[in-house]
Design a protein around this ligand. Structure first.
Ligand SMILES: Cc1cc2nc3c(=O)[nH]c(=O)nc-3n(C[C@H](O)[C@H](O)[C@H](O)COP(=O)(O)O)c2cc1C
Length: 342
């Protein structure tokens, strides 16, 4: 079924096909139809960050940036859905074209630049959704907010989404917002995380519920940098780490059409780099903080590899574009087949 849909969708420009897919998945969700087209994955409940997940395979951020198709994605069988990245104010993102398929490598290059309708629109969409499973809301900064004031944007978004999110992801790893990735290092990271943690305490009191904070990091880090991030997350009381975002590297795509486009590379070529980061984090964290692994899952066994490397949950973006919703079931089955951890 998806093979046919993909053939039609891939005839359109990547961005038109993206918009059409969101519309169709959203409409299917509103009519409760999506479950009919895709056999539900096996039930594989897991508890992570104090939250109950229907299964450990989630939708990664960036596909439903505005929360327009939450019910639709949930009905396809994802165990959790992450929407965003959302910024305080709406913004158009980078000029088009800004999204490129590299089908020979099962890869995507994007430089979308946080195009989104702003946090108020997203909240309306969340409130209109019927989905009651785990919903992550991924927050970022507007492109014209100076990076020294990035914390203001994250706090605005955190305040607004807190009551409606199961967990909030702090995205400091998009390569398409100048300066953003500098927030992953040293004092900038500590100051940001401390401010977020303090606000999380206030909001816990205000709303009578503690919403976990996850930090999403890039794959383009040395082991030493990864260890430093892990320690900063523990010291500042963060609840989870999401590894990883897209890579600036071009290993695995050299010579292919679009390989030299600027932006972040995702899909199969980022898989090993991303899993390596998960392993380094797992060794350093030793269970003190759960890891959500994302990057290059295009077959069920890749999801199992991420769990074996130390992740508690996985997410998928590019693999979903290339393989469709059957990949969710395949990933759940592969994870279910792993030997139980002691
Ligand atoms: C077109 C596109 C847009 C993305 N937008 C976001 C985003 O807004 N926020 C974010 O945290 N990650 C974003 N990502 C990164 C994905 O969530 C994911 O971390 C990355 O693509 C690696 O996973 P994959 O290989 O399964 O795609 C985006 C990825 C793609 C391909």
């Amino acid at each position: 079924m998806y093979t046919l849909a993909r053939e039609l969708l891939f005839k359109l420009s990547p961005e038109t096909s993206h918009e059409l897919s969101i519309d169709l998945i959203g409409a299917g969700g509103r009519m409760g139809l999506n479950g009919l087209f895709n056999k539900a994955p096996a039930s594989l409940p897991v508890k992570v960050m104090g939250l109950e997940f229907a299964n450990p395979v989630g939708l990664a951020a960036g596909l439903d940036k505005n929360g327009d198709a939450i019910d639709g994605f949930a009905q396809l069988g994802f165990g959790f859905v992450e929407i965003g990245t959302v910024t305080p104010r709406p913004q158009p993102g980078n000029p088009k074209p800004r999204l490129f398929r590299l089908p020979e490598a099962e890869a995507i290059i994007n430089r979308m630049g946080f195009n989104n309708h702003g946090v108020d629109h997203l909240l309306q969409r969340v409130q209109a959704a019927k989905y009651r499973g785990v919903l992550g809301i991924n927050i970022g900064k507007n492109f014209d907010t100076p990076v020294e004031r990035a914390v203001d944007d994250y706090l605005i978004c955190l305040d607004k989404v807190y009551a409606n999110a199961s967990y909030v992801t702090v995205n400091v790893s998009s390569p398409n917002t100048p300066g953003l990735r500098s927030l992953q290092f040293g004092d900038s990271l500590k100051q940001l995380l401390e401010a977020l943690q303090l606000r999380q305490e206030d909001l816990t009191q205000l709303h009578g519920k503690r919403v976990p904070l996850a930090i999403k990091i890039a794959p383009d880090m040395t082991d030493e940098e990864t260890v430093q991030v892990a320690n900063a997350l523990v010291e500042t009381g963060m609840d989870a780490v999401i590894a990883t975002n897209t890579t600036l590297g071009r290993e695995g795509v050299k010579g292919l059409d679009h390989a030299d486009e600027a932006g972040g590379l995702s899909g199969a070529p980022v898989r090993d780099k991303s899993t390596h980061i998960v392993s380094v984090l797992a060794a350093e964290l030793a269970g003190r903080l759960p890891i959500i692994a994302v990057g290059g899952i295009t077959e069920g066994k890749h999801a199992a590899e991420k769990i074996a490397a130390g992740a508690s949950l996985v997410q998928i973006y590019s693999g979903f574009i290339y393989k469709g919703p059957a990949l969710i079931r395949e990933a759940v089955d592969a994870i279910a087949g792993l030997p139980k951890k002691a």
